[in-house]
Write a protein that binds this ligand. Sequence first.
Ligand SMILES: [Fe+2]
Ligand SMILES: [Fe+2]
Length: 393
Amino acid sequence: MSKKILVYGGSFDPPHRGHLLLLKAAFKAVRPDFCHVVPAFVSPFKSGPAESFVSRKRLIGLALEEAFSPAERKKITVDPFECRQKRKTYTYELLRHLRRRYPCAVFYLLMGSDCALSFGKWRNYREVAAGAQLLVGLRSDTPDTTPAREICSFRTLDGTFPPVSSTSVRSRIYSSGKVPHDVPDAVAGYIKKRGLYGLRAHKYLKTRLKPERCEHSLGVAKLARELAERHGGDPADAALAGLLHDAGKQYSRGRLRAFAARHGLLRKPWLREIAQNQPSLLHSFAGAVIARREFSVSSEDILLAVENHTLGRAGMTQLEKIIFVADASSEERGFRAAREIRAAAFKDLDAAVCKTAAMKLSHIIKGAKWFCPKGLELWNSLIRRAREKGSAE
Ligand SMILES: [Fe+2]
Ligand SMILES: [Fe+2]
């Protein structure tokens, strides 16, 4: 009789209870002879310190130990196929690889209904559907799979599954320093022990920043996460950028000048002027260096957002806008203008950027402070954009 092979791919970054519930339901429905859990390759350039294959393999192992009997666990392999390719791998490639290993087997491919809805966009999806029976767990956020059924047939698992995602788990750890209950206990314990998913950054900031600055960093991380969710950005990237944005605040003005000189920051446009006139502004640029060197953040998007959170710049990315606005309007900033910016940001991010820049400009004029030309570039770009928009309407 043909062997039954259950295949379950995903980022598992980190694994959560939603993954386990789905896998358990599939075990019950199919009773597989073997199961391959296949963590996706996570590009080191895509995001922040999402964790390595080695860490994720350990976390998956702990999650499986918690949820499955020893006999069931013996059937499960955490398959390094995708991570060994060192690139994004498609499911049809994975199935071809497994078919070479089990030429006579029957394959079952497990997924949540959220993935099933995009199945028609998968590379060579017809080959995938012909080579494996699709097993779909209905998630409470995507219970209607009618559009997917028009593309291919699949078997639905009993029950409904929670709409948890690894991205949402990561974003909550970054923004709160706490591991949510969606993560199995043993996995949470290992994440805490190793300081994974930004927990080491939380500890670093707590020992170096004043308590009110730590509270502000958490406030910015939380608001940034919410704004990214609202505007279709990556909430984990936003939360991490928010968490780290003021890491450079640990230094005095003198040390910031020395830090900037040591790390070659004074070669960047305007930074020599900033160092002379208002060295405290260097903390944003120092923060980006700390994020990269101390916490291996390689995402240019996150680094730019940290770097430009105070002065902004003309032509900001969505994440830069989110951090620029969140820094000025996080919840612990109790003043009226902050509340107005916060409310505006959920409706129209560009309007909130204008409000933030105007508030900063008026603060500079009222305090008779030096106006950094970089801030002026942002202001002029916003005015230009508003005029172009006005003449287009
Ligand atoms: Fe700052
Ligand atoms: Fe800040």
